[in-house]
Design a protein around this ligand. Structure first.
Ligand code: GUN
Length: 288
Protein backbone atom coordinates (compact mmCIF):
# COMPACT_ATOMS: atom_id res chain seq x y z
CA UNK A 1 0.00 0.00 0.00
CA UNK A 2 1.29 3.46 -0.88
CA UNK A 3 0.03 6.55 0.86
CA UNK A 4 -0.81 9.43 -1.50
CA UNK A 5 0.79 12.43 0.16
CA UNK A 6 -1.44 15.29 -0.94
CA UNK A 7 0.30 17.73 1.37
CA UNK A 8 3.72 17.08 -0.21
CA UNK A 9 2.34 17.32 -3.77
CA UNK A 10 0.45 20.50 -2.87
CA UNK A 11 3.60 22.08 -1.37
CA UNK A 12 5.52 21.21 -4.55
CA UNK A 13 2.82 22.72 -6.80
CA UNK A 14 2.70 25.90 -4.67
CA UNK A 15 6.49 26.21 -5.08
CA UNK A 16 6.08 25.84 -8.86
CA UNK A 17 3.37 28.53 -8.88
CA UNK A 18 5.47 30.84 -6.66
CA UNK A 19 8.39 30.51 -9.09
CA UNK A 20 6.16 31.48 -12.00
CA UNK A 21 4.79 34.47 -10.08
CA UNK A 22 8.36 35.56 -9.29
CA UNK A 23 9.12 35.51 -13.00
CA UNK A 24 5.99 37.52 -13.81
CA UNK A 25 6.89 40.15 -11.21
CA UNK A 26 10.57 40.20 -12.30
CA UNK A 27 9.36 40.94 -15.84
CA UNK A 28 7.36 43.94 -14.61
CA UNK A 29 3.98 42.23 -14.25
CA UNK A 30 1.76 42.31 -11.20
CA UNK A 31 1.05 39.28 -9.01
CA UNK A 32 -2.28 37.43 -9.37
CA UNK A 33 -5.02 38.76 -7.09
CA UNK A 34 -7.63 36.47 -5.48
CA UNK A 35 -10.56 37.87 -3.51
CA UNK A 36 -12.70 35.76 -1.18
CA UNK A 37 -16.12 36.60 0.22
CA UNK A 38 -16.91 34.99 3.55
CA UNK A 39 -20.40 35.28 5.02
CA UNK A 40 -20.98 34.53 8.72
CA UNK A 41 -18.75 32.58 11.08
CA UNK A 42 -19.14 28.91 10.16
CA UNK A 43 -16.11 27.12 11.67
CA UNK A 44 -15.34 25.03 8.58
CA UNK A 45 -15.64 27.99 6.21
CA UNK A 46 -13.44 30.19 8.46
CA UNK A 47 -10.73 27.50 8.37
CA UNK A 48 -10.94 26.94 4.62
CA UNK A 49 -10.77 30.64 3.84
CA UNK A 50 -7.84 31.13 6.24
CA UNK A 51 -6.01 28.32 4.38
CA UNK A 52 -6.77 29.98 1.05
CA UNK A 53 -5.40 33.33 2.22
CA UNK A 54 -2.26 31.60 3.53
CA UNK A 55 -1.80 29.74 0.23
CA UNK A 56 -1.98 33.10 -1.58
CA UNK A 57 0.93 34.35 0.56
CA UNK A 58 2.92 31.17 -0.18
CA UNK A 59 2.34 31.62 -3.92
CA UNK A 60 3.17 35.33 -3.93
CA UNK A 61 -0.42 36.35 -4.75
CA UNK A 62 -2.28 39.36 -3.52
CA UNK A 63 -5.41 38.38 -1.57
CA UNK A 64 -8.42 40.30 -0.30
CA UNK A 65 -10.84 38.91 2.25
CA UNK A 66 -14.30 40.47 2.26
CA UNK A 67 -16.41 39.56 5.28
CA UNK A 68 -20.14 39.92 5.90
CA UNK A 69 -22.25 39.02 8.89
CA UNK A 70 -24.78 36.24 8.27
CA UNK A 71 -27.64 38.75 8.04
CA UNK A 72 -26.22 40.33 4.85
CA UNK A 73 -28.96 40.63 2.22
CA UNK A 74 -28.82 38.81 -1.08
CA UNK A 75 -28.82 42.11 -2.95
CA UNK A 76 -25.86 43.47 -0.94
CA UNK A 77 -23.93 40.32 -1.79
CA UNK A 78 -24.90 40.50 -5.47
CA UNK A 79 -23.81 44.16 -5.56
CA UNK A 80 -20.36 43.21 -4.19
CA UNK A 81 -20.08 40.43 -6.78
CA UNK A 82 -20.92 42.92 -9.51
CA UNK A 83 -18.23 45.26 -8.16
CA UNK A 84 -15.62 42.47 -8.18
CA UNK A 85 -16.66 41.41 -11.70
CA UNK A 86 -15.80 44.95 -12.83
CA UNK A 87 -12.67 45.46 -10.73
CA UNK A 88 -9.73 45.13 -13.14
CA UNK A 89 -7.34 44.62 -10.20
CA UNK A 90 -9.10 41.38 -9.14
CA UNK A 91 -8.23 38.39 -11.34
CA UNK A 92 -10.52 35.89 -9.70
CA UNK A 93 -12.78 35.56 -6.70
CA UNK A 94 -14.79 33.05 -4.71
CA UNK A 95 -17.84 33.18 -2.49
CA UNK A 96 -17.28 30.62 0.24
CA UNK A 97 -20.17 28.14 0.51
CA UNK A 98 -22.47 27.32 2.23
CA UNK A 99 -24.38 30.59 2.43
CA UNK A 100 -27.15 31.42 4.93
CA UNK A 101 -30.56 30.00 3.98
CA UNK A 102 -32.08 33.35 2.95
CA UNK A 103 -29.54 33.70 0.12
CA UNK A 104 -30.04 31.80 -3.15
CA UNK A 105 -26.71 30.05 -3.69
CA UNK A 106 -27.30 29.30 -7.35
CA UNK A 107 -28.14 32.94 -8.03
CA UNK A 108 -24.84 33.92 -6.37
CA UNK A 109 -22.85 31.35 -8.37
CA UNK A 110 -24.37 32.58 -11.63
CA UNK A 111 -23.72 36.23 -10.76
CA UNK A 112 -19.95 35.67 -10.84
CA UNK A 113 -18.37 36.51 -14.21
CA UNK A 114 -17.34 33.05 -15.50
CA UNK A 115 -13.93 34.51 -16.47
CA UNK A 116 -13.29 35.26 -12.78
CA UNK A 117 -14.98 32.11 -11.47
CA UNK A 118 -11.83 30.41 -10.15
CA UNK A 119 -14.02 27.98 -8.17
CA UNK A 120 -15.32 26.65 -11.50
CA UNK A 121 -18.90 26.59 -10.20
CA UNK A 122 -20.54 28.75 -12.90
CA UNK A 123 -22.68 26.72 -15.35
CA UNK A 124 -20.52 28.01 -18.26
CA UNK A 125 -17.40 26.52 -16.66
CA UNK A 126 -19.22 23.32 -15.67
CA UNK A 127 -20.57 22.95 -19.21
CA UNK A 128 -17.20 23.67 -20.83
CA UNK A 129 -15.53 21.15 -18.56
CA UNK A 130 -18.05 18.46 -19.40
CA UNK A 131 -17.31 18.77 -23.13
CA UNK A 132 -13.56 19.08 -22.61
CA UNK A 133 -13.09 22.79 -23.43
CA UNK A 134 -10.58 25.03 -21.61
CA UNK A 135 -12.21 26.33 -18.43
CA UNK A 136 -11.78 26.71 -14.70
CA UNK A 137 -12.22 23.18 -13.33
CA UNK A 138 -13.54 23.14 -9.77
CA UNK A 139 -10.85 22.69 -7.18
CA UNK A 140 -11.50 19.29 -5.62
CA UNK A 141 -12.01 17.35 -8.88
CA UNK A 142 -8.95 19.04 -10.41
CA UNK A 143 -6.91 18.17 -7.30
CA UNK A 144 -7.93 14.51 -7.49
CA UNK A 145 -6.94 14.25 -11.17
CA UNK A 146 -3.59 15.92 -10.43
CA UNK A 147 -2.86 13.41 -7.63
CA UNK A 148 -3.66 10.46 -9.92
CA UNK A 149 -1.33 11.92 -12.57
CA UNK A 150 1.55 12.72 -10.20
CA UNK A 151 1.41 9.19 -8.72
CA UNK A 152 1.24 7.74 -12.28
CA UNK A 153 -1.88 5.75 -11.39
CA UNK A 154 -3.31 3.86 -14.37
CA UNK A 155 -6.79 5.08 -15.22
CA UNK A 156 -7.22 4.06 -18.86
CA UNK A 157 -9.87 1.35 -19.20
CA UNK A 158 -10.13 1.03 -15.41
CA UNK A 159 -13.39 0.79 -13.57
CA UNK A 160 -13.93 3.89 -11.43
CA UNK A 161 -16.75 4.16 -8.91
CA UNK A 162 -17.68 7.61 -7.62
CA UNK A 163 -19.80 7.59 -4.45
CA UNK A 164 -21.72 10.86 -4.22
CA UNK A 165 -23.29 13.08 -6.87
CA UNK A 166 -22.75 16.62 -5.57
CA UNK A 167 -22.31 19.48 -8.01
CA UNK A 168 -18.97 20.36 -6.37
CA UNK A 169 -17.30 16.92 -6.40
CA UNK A 170 -19.23 13.82 -7.52
CA UNK A 171 -20.61 15.03 -10.84
CA UNK A 172 -17.52 16.92 -12.06
CA UNK A 173 -15.01 14.25 -11.00
CA UNK A 174 -17.11 11.57 -12.75
CA UNK A 175 -17.11 13.73 -15.87
CA UNK A 176 -13.32 14.24 -15.74
CA UNK A 177 -12.56 10.55 -15.11
CA UNK A 178 -14.40 9.54 -18.30
CA UNK A 179 -12.70 12.15 -20.50
CA UNK A 180 -10.29 11.28 -23.30
CA UNK A 181 -6.79 10.93 -21.88
CA UNK A 182 -8.07 9.66 -18.53
CA UNK A 183 -10.35 7.07 -20.08
CA UNK A 184 -11.85 5.39 -17.04
CA UNK A 185 -15.20 3.59 -17.15
CA UNK A 186 -17.21 5.48 -14.58
CA UNK A 187 -20.14 4.48 -12.36
CA UNK A 188 -21.74 7.12 -10.14
CA UNK A 189 -23.42 5.81 -6.98
CA UNK A 190 -25.64 7.71 -4.55
CA UNK A 191 -28.09 7.29 -1.71
CA UNK A 192 -30.60 5.41 -3.89
CA UNK A 193 -28.07 3.02 -5.45
CA UNK A 194 -28.84 -0.67 -5.04
CA UNK A 195 -26.03 -3.26 -4.66
CA UNK A 196 -23.52 -0.57 -3.71
CA UNK A 197 -21.21 -3.11 -2.09
CA UNK A 198 -21.07 -5.30 -5.22
CA UNK A 199 -20.48 -2.27 -7.44
CA UNK A 200 -17.61 -1.07 -5.21
CA UNK A 201 -16.09 -4.56 -5.04
CA UNK A 202 -15.75 -4.43 -8.82
CA UNK A 203 -13.94 -1.05 -8.83
CA UNK A 204 -10.27 -0.46 -9.61
CA UNK A 205 -10.60 3.12 -8.35
CA UNK A 206 -13.09 4.34 -5.73
CA UNK A 207 -13.66 8.04 -5.17
CA UNK A 208 -15.63 8.42 -1.93
CA UNK A 209 -17.35 11.81 -1.84
CA UNK A 210 -20.60 11.34 0.04
CA UNK A 211 -19.73 13.13 3.28
CA UNK A 212 -20.45 10.24 5.63
CA UNK A 213 -17.60 9.48 8.03
CA UNK A 214 -16.00 6.03 7.63
CA UNK A 215 -18.69 4.87 5.18
CA UNK A 216 -16.40 2.79 2.95
CA UNK A 217 -15.35 -0.36 4.77
CA UNK A 218 -12.85 -3.11 3.86
CA UNK A 219 -15.59 -5.54 2.77
CA UNK A 220 -16.50 -3.10 -0.05
CA UNK A 221 -12.98 -2.89 -1.50
CA UNK A 222 -11.28 -5.15 -4.04
CA UNK A 223 -7.67 -6.05 -3.12
CA UNK A 224 -5.29 -3.66 -4.92
CA UNK A 225 -7.89 -0.92 -5.52
CA UNK A 226 -7.00 2.79 -5.49
CA UNK A 227 -8.94 4.74 -2.85
CA UNK A 228 -9.50 8.49 -3.01
CA UNK A 229 -11.16 9.87 0.12
CA UNK A 230 -12.85 13.24 -0.29
CA UNK A 231 -14.62 13.24 3.09
CA UNK A 232 -13.93 16.05 5.54
CA UNK A 233 -16.52 15.57 8.26
CA UNK A 234 -15.78 17.32 11.53
CA UNK A 235 -16.45 14.97 14.42
CA UNK A 236 -16.15 15.81 18.11
CA UNK A 237 -12.88 14.66 19.64
CA UNK A 238 -11.19 14.91 23.02
CA UNK A 239 -7.80 14.23 21.39
CA UNK A 240 -7.40 17.66 19.79
CA UNK A 241 -7.21 21.20 21.13
CA UNK A 242 -9.91 22.40 18.75
CA UNK A 243 -12.35 19.79 20.11
CA UNK A 244 -12.93 18.17 16.72
CA UNK A 245 -11.18 15.88 14.29
CA UNK A 246 -11.47 15.59 10.49
CA UNK A 247 -12.81 12.22 9.40
CA UNK A 248 -12.84 10.89 5.86
CA UNK A 249 -15.52 8.82 4.13
CA UNK A 250 -13.22 5.76 4.29
CA UNK A 251 -12.57 3.53 7.29
CA UNK A 252 -8.86 4.08 6.78
CA UNK A 253 -7.38 1.56 9.24
CA UNK A 254 -9.13 -1.43 7.73
CA UNK A 255 -9.18 -0.31 4.08
CA UNK A 256 -5.54 0.86 3.80
CA UNK A 257 -3.91 -2.62 4.11
CA UNK A 258 -6.10 -3.89 1.24
CA UNK A 259 -5.45 -1.27 -1.41
CA UNK A 260 -2.60 -0.22 -3.71
CA UNK A 261 -2.92 3.56 -3.12
CA UNK A 262 -4.95 5.56 -0.62
CA UNK A 263 -5.32 9.22 0.33
CA UNK A 264 -5.32 9.99 4.08
CA UNK A 265 -7.62 12.50 5.81
CA UNK A 266 -6.28 15.01 6.58
CA UNK A 267 -3.34 15.42 4.19
CA UNK A 268 -4.75 13.79 1.06
CA UNK A 269 -7.23 15.52 -1.23
CA UNK A 270 -7.77 18.55 1.05
CA UNK A 271 -4.43 20.35 0.47
CA UNK A 272 -4.75 19.73 -3.28
CA UNK A 273 -8.04 21.60 -3.57
CA UNK A 274 -6.43 24.83 -2.45
CA UNK A 275 -3.64 24.30 -4.97
CA UNK A 276 -6.17 23.99 -7.78
CA UNK A 277 -7.68 27.30 -6.70
CA UNK A 278 -4.22 28.92 -6.82
CA UNK A 279 -3.60 27.48 -10.28
CA UNK A 280 -6.97 28.74 -11.54
CA UNK A 281 -6.18 32.21 -10.16
CA UNK A 282 -2.80 32.22 -11.90
CA UNK A 283 -4.54 31.24 -15.17
CA UNK A 284 -7.15 33.98 -14.64
CA UNK A 285 -4.41 36.57 -14.18
CA UNK A 286 -2.86 35.50 -17.47
CA UNK A 287 -6.26 35.82 -19.15
CA UNK A 288 -6.14 32.17 -20.22
N1 GUN B 1 -17.29 25.11 0.31
C1 GUN B 1 -16.77 23.86 0.31
N2 GUN B 1 -15.89 23.72 -0.70
C2 GUN B 1 -15.85 24.91 -1.34
C3 GUN B 1 -15.11 25.37 -2.46
O1 GUN B 1 -14.32 24.67 -3.09
N3 GUN B 1 -15.34 26.67 -2.81
C4 GUN B 1 -16.23 27.45 -2.16
N4 GUN B 1 -16.39 28.70 -2.59
N5 GUN B 1 -16.92 27.05 -1.12
C5 GUN B 1 -16.73 25.77 -0.71
Amino acid sequence: MQLIDGKAVADQIKREIAEEVNQIVANGGRPPHLAAILVGHDGGSETYVAHKVKACEQCGFKSTLIRYESDVTESELLAKINELNNDADVDGFIVQLPLPKHIDEQKVIEAVDYRKDVDGFHPINVGRMSIGLPCFVSATPAGIIELLKRYKIQTSGKSCVVIGRSNIVGKPVASLMMQKGIDATVTVCHSRTQNLKEICLNADIIIAALGQPEFLTADMVKPGAVIIDVGTSRVASTETKSGFKLKGDVKFDEVAPKCSFITPVPGGVGPMTICSLMRNTLLASKGV
